[in-house]
Design a protein around this ligand. Sequence first.
Ligand SMILES: [Zn+2]
Length: 258
Amino acid sequence: MVENSIRIAVLVFAFVFGTVIFSFLNVVIYRLPRKENFITGRSKCPVCSHVLTFLDMVPILSWLALGRKCRYCGARISARYACIEALGGLAAAGCIARFGLSVYTILAFAMCAILTCIGFIDHDTMEIPNGLSIAAAVTGAVAIFFTEGVAWYEHLIGLAVVSVPMLVIALIIPGGFGGGDIKMMAGCGLFLGWKNALFSFFTAAVIGGIYALILILRKKRGRKDHIPFGPFLCMGVAAAMFIGDLALEFYIATLLGF
Ligand SMILES: [Zn+2]
């Protein structure tokens, strides 16, 4: 009973912590592609430039309480900001629920934050800032010492197992993959190790393929239109982090019969 309430309290605290961190990521996602400083400078309404107070910036709650509008100019605020904050809450609580209280949990949450920035910035601008791929690689390098069940050389193979084939494809088919996609998958592969890196790529290809098919069937886009692949890679890496081991175990046990 007591253990359960402590567990719930920890998860609630983690959720709130996650929303606050990802609230800051909203700023990063907005300012980083614009080459604006995201460390200093007060948060402003992007429409009326009014400086926001603490009460305007409470994750999720401010957006709901203010009727999804800017308090000063009445401009509608996209649900995306609150959704990213909620995503941060789920990521933090999810990391603790899945990985317990460990160094790896902190690294996994850091990866969730990096992936969220990469995914949304690539969606918005079709570019992945190098700094974010470097952040993924640094997190991956630290993860070598804290990942259970993945040897150091498996991490190093992970660095190349997806990124190098992507690079080869990009050289053969110009515009096949962007340089940003390749660099981020080097960093994420280092974090995941080679098995989960492969799993993340195939998961991304499946989700991206289904999405592209839906768009084509609904005639929203032609076959030639470019859809950024980064957001799908981010989903694939996140899926690999949380369920990659379980999915691979299931696959080997049931489908291959070992
Ligand atoms: Zn405003």
